[in-house]
Design a protein around this ligand. Structure first.
Ligand code: FAD
Length: 326
């Protein structure tokens, strides 16, 4: 039986947790385990509960209490352990978010069980064999978990979030685990007012136009922005571009930016360093525009145009305008 640690925000279950529920459901179906349970920490809104039902969750273990008003990884782990014990789960799965990774690392250490982080897929269920990302997504490893109980985190955007064919009951069971002082030694004591999530459009865009150092300067983005608009997409940039202050950080793609999975990514003047690749390797098609035919981005791309982006991009824009005119 599988238990999923689900993270929520004001508007319900966060997207990566819905992806993780989808991953866990396919794992439960493959090993005949069937039932899928969830554990949440803190308030559980009606919207979040409805979403959990839609994703096929049988029982929601709601961990609440004074100890859970602020985030403390070890306290959350105590909550997950209590839910796991009551659900009788042998596998606990969480999204590979900072919190998901921290909490499950505590669970693994406290229970002395194996952990696989940043899992993308599984190929066998008994024993469980998974493929996971390492080095920021630049390399893949196959990992065999000989024994369960075990815990694993699922890399963001590894699977498409899909509700279950049949809804689950999502019966709510309250959990108030014992939390020791030691569990609260490291806890969040203040949080800056959250910035609006300006990268939301970038992360969900079906088309992303990328721009790197090849743009040449802060005033070199006019044609790239026009292409973005003509395709109804979003602009994504490399770290060089944000470090030089040419574009804002929320547009950055990569290990320290957003991870994107569009149908089409058009990186223009981007070399394809591993830290950038970590954020765009899930794109279904890549059309690279670069002056260097040997740039890593060009060699990994589905299609490439070798040329100066300041000539190629205006030509593409003109052709799109010509074809869509009238
Ligand atoms: P460059 O590597 O300088 O490449 C420029 C490319 O543009 C070249 O391929 C060149 O041939 C081409 N070019 C030049 N002029 C033109 C033109 N006129 N027309 C067409 N092509 C042209 N980087 C990220 O992007 N995202 C991250 O999240 C990220 N995180 C990092 C985290 C760490 C810890 C570290 C150490 C680095 C990180 N980086 C990240 C930086 C990364 O290593 C690279 O330095 C960066 O991605 C390079 O950006 P670039 O491709 O724009 O520039």
């Amino acid at each position: 039986m599988i238990l999923v640690l689900v993270e929520t925000d004001g508007s319900g279950v966060i997207e990566v947790s819905r992806e993780t529920l989808t991953f866990a459901r396919s794992l439960a179906e493959a090993d005949g385990a069937g039932d899928l349970d969830a554990v949440t920490v803190g308030d559980l809104t009606d919207t979040a509960r409805d979403q959990l039902a839609a994703y096929g969750v049988r029982t929601v273990y709601r961990v609440a209490g004074e100890a859970f008003t602020a985030f403390a990884g070890a306290a959350w782990a105590a909550g997950v352990q209590e839910a796991r014990r009551r659900a009788g789960s042998t596998l606990v799965v969480a999204a590979g978010t900072p919190r998901g990774g921290e909490v499950l690392a505590h669970v693994a250490a406290r229970e002395g069980v194996s952990m696989a982080a940043n899992v993308l897929s599984f190929s066998e269920v008994t024993p469980l064999v998974v493929t996971r990302q390492v080095v920021g997504g630049a390399a893949l490893e196959e990992m065999r978990l000989e024994r369960q109980p075990a815990v694993l985190t699922v890399a963001g955007h590894a699977v498409e979030p899909r509700p279950a064919p049949a809804a689950g009951a999502a019966d709510v069971v309250d959990c108030t685990p014992e939390v020791s002082e030691a569990d609260l030694v490291a806890r969040v004591v203040s949080t800056d007012a959250p910035e609006p999530d300006l990268s939301g459009g970038l992360r969900s865009a079906r088309v992303v136009v990328g721009a790197g150092r090849g743009a040449g300067g802060a005033d070199g983005f006019g044609d790239l922005l026009e292409l973005t608009e003509l395709l109804g997409g979003a602009l994504g940039v490399s770290r060089v571009v944000t470090s030089l202050g040419w574009r804002p950080h929320h547009e950055q793609v990569g290990q320290t930016g957003s991870r994107i999975a569009p149908d089409l990514y058009i990186p223009c003047g981007i070399s394809g360093a591993i830290q950038h690749w970590a954020g765009c390797s899930s794109a279904k098609n890549i059309l690279a525009i670069n002056t260097d035919a040997d740039a890593p981005m060009v060699t990994k791309a589905t299609y490439a145009v070798i040329g100066d982006l300041h000539e190629v991009v205006p030509a593409i824009n003109a052709e799109i305008r010509r074809r869509t005119a009238g």
